[in-house]
Design a protein around this ligand. Structure first.
Ligand code: EPZ
Length: 418
């Protein structure tokens, strides 16, 4: 198990390059099995979730190779329709494979998916959507068995705008018979990225980024090369780090439009934030003001994946902040660890009241999910004294070289193996 050792109190200066979006790459990998021709994903980050998804593709019979930063996938010989349970349990996005595996093999078998422990994370909307497309689904012994001779287009109304369910239904429908309409679809930028990739493969998908997505089934898809969008959550994590620690940083390969809700908040708390081309700049010279209210919503509202980081920022802000987590039931596991560092936080259900303190102090804290781990790291950077953050396996799911990028900005942070 690895841990970070952080010496807090350093301001951040310099430039940081953002990786391709984890939550865009994962559905693109699922989509790669929809063709028997070669697919190339440029700048594919070697983060744990991607490597686990690549392993799933390998288990299905795909050939995957890295050519520098580019991942090449050849699924001509893919023949297995069963997603290995150990990998399925490791990775929430394994469930996205259902739609594409059924489309390719007319059947699929998967154990209930895992992922970060941030809530119940049901998949009822995925399964209801697939059933609407004609998929027979049996659940027994923790496994989901799906079969369908031919996907038939239908109208699917999602009870809530689930990112994964929207993506799974699109993946199942692209080679189906007729047209599928997904209503109350999620609007996250990563879904638009999936649409662009699928259409580059010859699919006919329209409307991603709006609440209504239309998929006109086609008979086959061909290979394609594609560069995923930048990781808006990684970009937001570094911007929040600078707001907490003070300094001035340039975030390169970032799309300001995709995190407009965060930039608005950062301006509200007295940071100077501006964007030019694919760069976002932030200057923070004073203690941040309280954000007052941070309420997570589906896109384009404030992203739940930046909630933990904003909770850490609120700990060192002037004044009190109400954090409301509307997407997941238990996404406050970073709070007890922040309290060990001197934070003043009261949690009631899905709300946390954070009273800003003069300084956090260093402590030995433990990460229990991806974005909570990132938040604890940011708190250590801003705290007085030394902090250790243990169990970096969560952070490594979504951030490649996190400590190196922070060190290049002037942070005192190193990773040790224990
Ligand atoms: C995706 O998860 C992201 N993961 C998550 O990022 C992100 O937090 C989430 O979307 C919300 O934006 C990937 O893209 C791999 P949802 P997903 O289905 O698809 C409920 C990170 O840190 N729901 O949009 O699992 C669910 O309980 C990760 O990068 C159902 O009720 O999220 C939740 O309350 C964490 N039934 C809400 O919808 C379902 O069948 C949003 O979940 C599916 C979801």
């Amino acid at each position: 198990m690895d841990k970070f050792i952080i010496e807090g109190g350093k301001s951040l200066y310099g430039s940081v390059a953002i990786q391709s979006a984890k939550n865009a790459v994962l559905p693109l990998l699922a989509a790669s099995i929809l063709t028997d021709e070669q697919v190339k994903i440029h700048k594919c980050p070697r983060i744990r979730d991607v490597m686990n998804m690549v392993q799933i593709l390998n288990e299905l019979g795909c050939k995957t190779t890295y050519d520098g930063e580019d991942l090449i996938i050849d699924s001509a010989d893919a023949a297995c329709h069963e997603i290995p349970s150990a990998l399925a349990k490791e990775l929430r996005s394994s469930v996205f494979m259902l739609g594409s595996v059924i489309s390719r093999f007319s059947r699929a078998r998967i154990a209930y998916p895992g992922g970060c422990d941030i809530g119940l994370r049901p998949i009822d909307l995925h399964l209801k959507g697939l059933k609407r497309l004609g998929v027979q689904i049996d659940e027994e012994g923790g496994y989901i068995n799906c079969s369908c001779d031919r996907i038939v287009g239908a109208e699917v109304l999602l009870d809530c705008p689930s990112v994964g369910a929207t993506e799974n239904i699109i993946l199942a429908a692209v080679k189906g018979k007729g047209t599928t309409i997904v209503k109350n679809a999620a609007r996250e930028p990563e879904i638009s990225d999936l649409q662009n990739f699928l259409n580059a493969m010859g699919a006919k998908v329209y409307g991603c980024g709006t609440p209504t997505v239309v998929v006109e089934g086609v008979s086959r898809l061909h290979g394609a090369e594609y560069t995923p969008i930048p990781d808006r959550i990684e970009a937001g994590t570094f911007l929040i780090a600078a707001a907490m620690c003070g300094g001035e940083i340039e975030v390169c390969n970032a799309d300001a439009e995709n995190i407009a809700s965060l930039l608005h908040k950062l301006r509200e708390i007295s940071c100077k934030v501006w964007a030019k081309d694919d760069k976002i700049y932030i200057r923070s010279k004073d203690k941040p003001l309280s954000p007052n209210l941070v309420e997570t919503q589906p896109y384009p509202g404030f992203p739940t994946d930046l909630q933990a980081q904003m909770t850490a920022l609120s700990c060192v802000a002037e004044g009190s902040t109400l954090i409301v987590e509307n997407l997941f039931e238990t996404r406050f596991k970073h709070v007890p660890e922040l309290i060990k560092m001197g934070a003043d936080i009261t949690v009631r259900g899905r709300s946390a009241l954070v009273r800003g303190v003069n300084n956090l102090h260093g402590a030995d804290v433990v990460a229990s999910d991806l974005r909570g781990g990132a938040a604890l790291t940011l708190a250590g950077l801003a705290a007085e004294g030394n902090t250790t953050v243990t169990d970096l396996s969560y952070i490594d799911r979504g951030y490649f070289g996190f400590e190196y990028k922070l060190r290049d900005l002037g942070a005192k942070i190193k990773r040790i193996h224990i």
